[in-house]
Design a protein. Structure first.
Length: 146
């Protein structure tokens, strides 16, 4: 019975972790807007939530675009440990963002798109927090008998 009441909290807590990771990636893109050769990244929210909730990735939905299976882009690179960039639930969900405005220096960050993604993700993060808060208040009032 209690597991049924807390399953919603579990789902929203995993969504909160994915939203926080996406916010970090978007902030990194904005910070590197002037870095020559920087390639914008983004978190595939659907794949990340599927991984986080135990659904796994289905064929054709993997966005792991680097060459090595250890999370590196070259065989001689040193892999990152533990909470590697773009991993949610142990599987990489970090993908390259589609380039909309080619630039001479090879940077693929579109500041307008990144700012819009940042605000959208912030609003969704706040909404997830409100869902968690509301569900925990409901459970608490049920426990207290109010």
């Amino acid at each position: 019975m209690f597991a049924n009441m807390t399953s919603g909290l579990d789902f929203h807590s995993k969504a909160l972790v994915v939203r926080a990771e996406r916010q970090r990636v978007i902030a990194s893109n904005i910070a590197n807007a002037d870095t020559p050769g920087y390639v914008a990244r983004d978190v595939d929210f659907k794949a990340a939530m599927s991984n986080a909730t135990g659904g796994g990735l289905t064929a054709g939905t993997s966005n792991h675009q680097n060459g090595g299976s250890s999370g590196t882009t070259h065989a001689r690179h040193i892999p990152l440990s533990g909470g590697a960039i773009g991993t949610v639930g142990g599987t990489s969900t970090l993908a390259y963002a589609a380039q909309s405005q080619p630039s001479l220096d090879g940077n693929s960050v579109d500041l307008d798109r990144e700012r819009a993604n940042f605000v959208d993700n912030s609003v969704r993060y706040e909404a997830t927090l409100r869902f968690i808060n509301g569900q925990s208040k409901t459970i608490l009032s049920a426990i207290q008998g109010q």
